[in-house]
Design a protein around this ligand. Structure first.
Ligand SMILES: O=C(O)CCC(=O)C(=O)O
Length: 485
């Protein structure tokens, strides 16, 4: 083992040489490599778990147990922990859920190590073509710093958001407890849809400050126009993401018409991508739990049936070192196939400015006013676009309201915003900082329809209870809005 507790080498990206547009190669290639990588990762996780003192904080393993149970209860109050409802579907004993050999991965891979922002915009971003970029994160300090063992040693006592409670408040666990949870036979390895760290990276939090030093935004994503609105005003836009097998993000579209990149440091993620305009009712049929594991179990197979009415998904297995580009408006569902560690950011750029502006103006009027003022100074060309849209009456969203029914997995939303160091949060309870609006700031919130509504931040994640409260008509309006651009 290396001094940092990792197994020495950084994960090897499965990049392709040259222009490297390699369709049809991902899944099969990854499956060959993945066994070896999973074994290495398992060793690292085992090492990390072994490093967790068995009797933490002077207590016993029952202290760990209490905290994890409390987190589980808060994150999914509809499931009884004591009655074993976290494993009621038996997904953990269905090996097919994590198998990918039947998939044909047709997503293009492009070597981005020498790609300019202009080349990226012309080839992928402007035509809104999803792709996987390679060669972007090989040299990041995160390659060493984000192994489970290294994270444990540096940030083991920091609390990370693993879900949200019924009121939308963050549920947090110390990283050392989360890592133990990932290993403990009665928890993640048995859970249908395990807890998932989806932590907004904020400089004012200790873990945010540390983790932000470990990667750099690749040049093709660095335009990041919302930065002009000011770091404190802009919606949350970057997250550290870590989760065990079967955690993930159920099908959704990222809101405010933003695009996203997702760089995977270790592990494997299965993605299903659908183009903008795919009918929501096909992708989110009634009666299917809003968890990635349920979506891949019940909905994905329908997409393969001869009578499927929508576009077929683009299936992808993303491996270590690969960065997924999700253009604005694309539906996506993601299932972690093993323990994954990733960072993801949402952004607005020249290429997607008009729809982002439309959604932001409607959904975040105060921020958009400030943003427009900054654009007038620094990007008069885009301020002119905004003015033209206003003149043409194209800067609002028909029928918009607030919704963010969504999405995913075991992770859910809402971090604290204007507040709250980890000291003030109680672990495994929901943090309740003063003066925050539900679903705001720090939320990993995802939207189903690309809407930009007042209560919605960049990634709206509202759990099953909240989603249920969103009227269907409202959701349909958002879906129409999403389909439109
Ligand atoms: O779980 C993941 O890594 C995917 C995240 C995602 O879909 C998103 O951030 O929009």
């Amino acid at each position: 083992m290396a001094p940092d507790g990792s197994l020495g080498e950084a994960a090897t990206p499965s990049s392709q040489g040259g222009d490297a547009l390699n369709a049809m190669d991902g899944s099969r290639r990854e499956t060959e490599n993945s066994q070896h990588q999973m074994e290495r990762q398992q060793l690292d996780l085992t090492a990390a778990a072994a490093a967790v003192p068995p009797s933490d904080e002077g207590g016993s393993s029952s202290s760990f147990e209490r905290k994890v149970r409390r987190a589980k209860r808060a994150a999914r109050s509809e499931l009884s922990v004591s009655k074993g409802e976290w494993s009621k579907h038996g997904y953990a004993s269905r090996p097919d859920l994590l198998q990918t050999s039947h998939l044909v991965d047709t997503l293009p891979r492009a070597d981005a190590s020498c790609m300019t922002a202009e080349q990226f915009a012309a080839q992928w971003e402007t035509p809104r073509r999803p792709c996987i970029l390679t060669g972007l994160c090989d040299a990041w300090p995160a390659q060493q710093a984000w192994t489970p063992a290294a994270l444990l040693s540096h940030l083991g006592d920091c609390k990370f958001k693993v879900g949200s409670d019924d009121d939308g408040y963050a549920v947090r666990l110390k990283l050392k407890h989360f890592l133990e949870y990932c290993q403990h036979p009665q928890h993640a390895p048995a859970d249908d849809s395990p807890l998932y760290i989806f932590a907004h990276l904020e400089r004012r939090r200790e873990e945010g400050k540390a983790l932000l030093q470990h990667y750099t935004v690749p040049p093709m994503f660095s335009e990041d126009l919302m930065r002009l609105a000011g770091e404190r005003r802009r919606p949350p836009y970057r997250w550290f993401v870590m989760g065990p097998a079967r955690s993930g993000s159920s099908v959704h579209v990222d809101p405010l018409a933003t695009s996203a990149w997702n760089a995977l440091l270790s592990g494997h993620k299965r993605w299903a991508l659908f183009p903008p305009g795919t009918p929501r009712e096909l992708l989110k049929p009634a009666g299917v739990e809003r968890e990635a594991a349920s979506w891949f179990t019940h909905v994905w197979p329908r997409t393969q049936a001869p009578d499927w009415q929508g576009p077929r998904p683009i299936d992808v297995v993303q491996g270590p070192g690969e960065t997924m580009f999700v253009p604005a408006g694309w539906w996506h569902a993601v299932l972690n196939l093993d323990l994954t560690v990733a960072v993801t950011q949402n952004y607005a750029s020249t290429a997607n400015f008009p729809p982002v502006w439309r959604h932001t103006k409607k959904g975040r009027p105060k921020m958009s006013a400030r943003w427009l003022a900054a654009l007038r100074q620094q990007r008069p060309d885009l301020a002119a676009v905004a003015d033209e849209m206003a003149a043409a009456g194209k800067d609002g969203l028909a029928g918009s309201g607030s919704s963010s029914s969504s999405s995913s997995s075991s992770s859910s939303s809402s971090d604290s915003s204007g507040s709250s160091s980890s000291d003030s949060d109680s672990e495994a309870g929901a943090s309740r900082p003063a003066k925050r609006r539900r679903g705001e700031d720090g939320s990993r919130q995802q939207d189903e329809g690309g809407n930009g509504c007042a209560a919605v931040d960049i990634k709206a994640h509202v759990d099953v209870h909240q989603s249920a409260a969103v009227p269907a008509t409202q959701r349909a309006a958002h879906d129409l809005a999403a389909a439109e651009h």
